[in-house]
Structures are given as structure tokens and as C-alpha cells.
Ligand binder design. Structure first.
Ligand SMILES: *Cc1c(COP(=O)(O)O)cnc(C)c1O
Length: 433
């Protein structure tokens, strides 16, 4: 498999380099040079395949002979080890629940698959890979869980002290083993700056084989296309199937476009955002105008300059007409989001999280002018208990907390406290050799 940089089509690399480097040297994002259609026999018979088999077939379709079948099967089996059920909520709206993994959000799919691929590509090297991640909360939890106990890989997570939720902190600091946490007395930007400096530091690079678990890594995007197939397997294929994606960096939506390009019969994509509405505005005006991000209740979507926008442009050769024939966009305020959580609960007893609620709003708006055989599947990107206070106050009642979350609160935090000075972090890292 070859991948090219969105900044220069002639700059191609193999899958190993794209996965281990995340970003091209020219700062472009990697895209598959070839996105073949899957065999019709597979597309017509999705219900004959398990989720792992779907993951295997889709991976194989993109990777070709890059990874032999047995190893690829192991990668898929280790990564895709929880379900993605489609749950009917209204007559014509379902929820694709992507929160059945260890960190209760869809990012588990990408993090686990990336961990498996990185481990595969470094298995013959004597040098373990050391992954540095700066997190403002959510991504760190998925990465920590995804890489936990992965052979040949060590993960060091930097998070801003006092600025992640207690639950998120537990997810980052209680796994142990190959996962270490540094609690930085500073902001998320300080954490990010430390990681950036570390990658450029010769002393560290001579002792460590450093890598990142960046959200733009192609190994996080590819597995997010698997669950569109898994959803279509569960849906009635005789209706118009539309997917509605609560979006921030637009990784999920881009993965859906890949699935469609590989042959999946999806009629339309709905891009649903909070007040960070640069993509819905681009869709309606044709002008892309990135903005500083605005804080909202659906905070994992607070992105003012979505990193995957360039990949969407790439898939459509920047043709605005072609893009708007496949994607429609809507955006909503926090007030509407709160009301929607309550409405969904009152009408159906389904508990949506704030991100999912933005999706339900958009699904309902779209259906007002859609044909009667249209069915919208909303990607429910996180479990509502991850946003407990917001959800419970919207519903004015307590909600169930999954056991795997509850168990976390008994676990002991282990983190190394450091100042926000780069030299402190460097000293810590060198002291570990
Ligand atoms: C990351 C995240 C999103 C945004 O997903 P993108 O692929 O970046 O658009 C939405 N909801 C939740 C809960 C998330 O964690």
C-alpha cells in the first residue's frame, strides 16, 4: 500500500512509514493512493461476516499484500474486540453506539488499531518504541487503554494538572505497566509544547525511538470506516441509509466517505456540529474560514480548524458541488443540545450524550425534508456517563454508570508531577534509561 501527502502527491511512503511518522515531512496528512472498491459479493452479504471479519476484509482491501493474512487477522482480532450495535431510537432514527470499548468513546477503535499496527511494524526491532502524547483529557484515555500491554511499546502521557475531569485522570493514571503519566503544572498547550520540543531533541532521540499517537495518523482513520460496514450489516438495505456524524476534527466523517468510496451504499452524510461551525458554513457558502475554537457542552467537538478537512477536500478534488451532493451540515447551540437530551429521553427513554444529542438534532432537521423511505443512523460517539453532570442535569435524573467506569474510582492514581519547564521533563525521561 502506498500513501501520499496531501501537500504533495509525489511524496509517497509505505504503510509502515505513514503509521510510525503520523505526519508527512512536508506537514501534509497521509492519504491512501488507491481506495479500491470491495468485491460486490462482500458488499451484498455483509450479514455473513462478523465485525472482525469485516475489519479484516476492509483492511485487506486497502493494504493489499503489505501485511500477511495471519498477522492482519491478529491485528483486527486484538483491536476490534467490542461491539458496535445499531439501536433503534425513533421509527426513522437509530443510534450506532460506538462507546462499548474501554474508554467509552469511539476513539477506542482508532487507538487500539493504531497500537496493534505500531506493534506489528516494530516487532523485529530491538528498540522499543516510546510514544509521547499530550492530552487535554479524552484522547489520552483511549490511547492509554489502546496501548496497554502492547509488546514493544511504552507510552508516556502528559496532562495538565487539575484541568482534566477526575474520571479522565483515573483513565490516564491507573493502568500501570507500559503506560506512564506525567502530571504537568501548566496548561494543555504547555504539555503539547513539551512533546513538540522532545521530538526535536537530539539527546532524547539518540536514546529513545520516539513516536506520537497523533489523531491524524492514518491508522486511526482506517478502523473508523469498519463500523459503517458493521452498521449497514444491521440496517435494512432497502431504505435510504443516511449517517449523521457529530463532528469536531471530522475523522469519523472522513472515514465514512472512505467506506462509501469502497462501495458502501450510503445515500448521504450529515455533518453535525456545535457552535464550532466552520464546516457547515463551508458547505452552505463554499468559503472555508477556520476560527479559534469555542468552548461548548459537547467539548470533544470544540474544534475551530478541523484537521481532516484537507482529507475531505482531497477525496473530492476540492469540488464544492461534489462535496455538497454527499454531505449536508447543521450546527446547534448548547441550549438546543440540552433540550434535545431531555426531549429524546422523554419521547423514547433513550439517554444520549451531548455529542450524540447534536447528532439527533441534525437527524431530525434533515428528515423534515427527506423522502419517507429515509433512515438516519446517528453515530453515538461517547457513553452519556462520561458527561455525567451535563446529562443528569439535562434529564433532571440519575443515569446508569457502566461497571467499567465505576471500578475506576477505586483504583490508585500513579503520576509523576512535573513543572511546565521542558528541562524537567527531559530530566525525567533521561532518568528512566
Ligand atoms: C473526538 C470526539 C468527537 C469528534 O470526532 P471527530 O472524528 O474529531 O470529528 C465527537 N464526539 C466525541 C465523544 C469525541 O470524543
Amino acid at each position: 500500500m502506498q500513501l501520499y501527502s496531501t501537500n504533495n502527491k509525489n511524496n509517497t511512503v509505505d504503510l509502515k512509514e505513514a503509521v510510525l511518522k503520523s505526519l508527512a515531512v512536508d506537514n501534509g496528512l497521509y492519504m491512501p493512493a488507491d481506495i479500491p472498491r470491495l468485491p460486490q459479493a462482500f458488499l451484498d452479504n455483509l450479514d455473513h461476516f462478523s465485525f472482525v471479519e469485516i475489519a479484516f476484509q476492509v483492511s485487506k482491501n486497502l493494504f493489499g499484500e503489505t501485511i500477511d493474512n495471519w498477522d492482519l487477522w491478529q491485528i483486527c482480532e486484538n483491536a476490534i474486540n467490542f461491539e458496535a450495535p445499531v439501536v433503534p431510537v425513533y421509527d426513522n432514527i437509530s443510534s450506532l453506539e460506538l462507546w462499548h470499548g474501554p474508554s467509552l468513546a469511539f476513539k477506542d477503535f482508532g487507538a487500539r488499531y493504531m497500537a496493534q499496527l505500531m506493534s506489528y511494524f516494530t516487532k523485529d526491532s530491538n528498540d522499543p518504541l516510546t510514544i509521547l502524547v499530550a492530552t487535554s483529557g479524552d484522547t489520552g484515555g483511549a490511547v492509554a487503554a489502546g496501548f496497554h500491554n502492547t509488546p514493544g511499546i511504552e507510552v508516556i502521557i502528559l496532562y495538565p494538572s487539575g484541568r482534566v475531569s477526575p474520571l479522565q485522570e483515573k483513565q490516564l493514571t491507573t493502568l500501570g505497566g507500559n503506560i506512564s503519566a506525567c502530571e504537568i503544572l501548566g496548561s494543555f498547550d504547555d504539555c503539547q509544547a513539551i512533546v513538540k520540543t522532545a521530538f526535536l531533541d537530539d539527546d532524547l532521540n539518540s536514546k529513545y525511538n520516539l513516536s506520537s499517537a497523533n489523531s491524524i495518523n492514518i491508522a486511526r482513520l482506517i478502523p473508523q470506516s469498519f463500523y459503517y460496514f458493521e452498521a449497514m450489516k444491521q440496517l435494512d438495505s432497502s431504505q435510504q441509509n443516511v449517517f449523521c456524524i457529530p463532528s469536531g476534527n471530522f475523522g469519523n466523517l472522513t472515514a465514512g466517505l472512505l467506506a462509501k468510496k469502497m462501495g458502501l451504499n450510503i445515500s448521504k452524510f450529515i455533518a453535525a456540529t456545535n457552535a464550532n461551525k466552520v464546516v457547515p458554513e463551508y458547505l452552505s457558502t463554499g468559503t472555508y474560514n477556520p476560527q479559534p475554537s469555542i468552548a461548548t457542552l459537547s467539548n470533544a467537538m470544540d474544534v475551530g480548524a478541523p484537521s481532516n478537512f484537507v482529507r475531505i477536500q482531497e477525496l473530492y478534488q476540492s469540488n464544492h458541488n461534489a462535496i455538497t451532493s454527499d454531505i449536508v451540515g447543521y450546527h446547534y447551540s448548547d441550549d438546543s443540545t440540552t433540550t434535545e437530551m431531555a426531549d429524546i429521553y422523554t419521547q423514547t427513554k433513550y439517554v444520549a450524550d451531548p455529542h450524540g444529542a447534536v447528532g439527533f438534532l441534525a437527524a431530525k432537521e434533515y428528515l423534515k425534508s427527506a423522502s419517507s423511505d429515509t433512515h438516519v443512523t446517528v453515530l453515538e460517539t461517547a457513553h452519556p456517563a462520561k458527561f455525567l453532570d451535563t446529562v443528569e442535569s439535562a434529564l433532571d435524573q440519575n443515569i446508569d454508570i457502566p461497571q467499567r467506569l465505576e471500578k475506576l474510582s477505586d483504583k490508585q492514581k500513579t503520576a509523576t508531577g512535573l513543572s511546565n519547564r521542558y528541562e524537567d521533563f527531559k530530566g525525567y525521561l533521561l532518568g528512566r534509561v
